[in-house]
Ligand binder design. Sequence first.
Ligand code: HEM
Length: 184
Amino acid sequence: MRKGLTVFGLAFFSFGGLVLAYLQLVSSDEEHMRQMLRVTAWLALLVYLVIFSTRPLRQLTGSPLSRQLLRNRRYFGITLAAMMTVHLILLLLVNEQALNIPGAAIFTLMYLMLLTSFDSAPARIGPRNWRILHKIGLYGLGLAYAGTIGRALLKTPFDPVYLALAFLILAAVAIRIAAYSKTR
Ligand code: HEM
């Protein structure tokens, strides 16, 4: 529990601190806040893809790196929640409109996952409920990222950032499918 909270605090304050420093140095007008909204989401997506691919990579390769990643997957999840908390704070500052319902549902799922990422949670809510919650959350977040990047790519099809992110999302899905076929 304590290690999880420390990881959350470190990730939140270092990531949030960098965003704040950038906004102070450059400008904290709406344009730059939106820029930071995009950057926070892009970086969080990279962390998400590590989480999404860790178990299948372990099943496919069995490498020491994949074992190490799997062992620390929970801390990647906690880091992702900290990064998306910075996204949430920025969007509350920039967006006049309230949270939309799908967005609010994804954030709720993410915080439920965070709260149940500490040691005693599976025992308290039951291992089956824990697995269901984390599976729904994992795929829910993935759909939200893929949907947002897909929409951005439709608007600007040759943007290198969107092309790279879309490629990484497709690669992660391919790794999952390959691992699934191998274990069936
Ligand atoms: C109600 C909740 C949310 C709101 C209101 C919101 C709002 C925003 C805004 C205003 C931007 C910047 C768009 C721009 O000006 O170009 C943004 C970017 C982004 N958000 Fe969120 N967000 C929400 C939740 C989420 C969630 C749950 C995810 C993923 C799990 C997510 C992923 C992204 C991504 C990937 C981008 C970058 C999009 C791009 O580069 O065009 N957001 N969001």
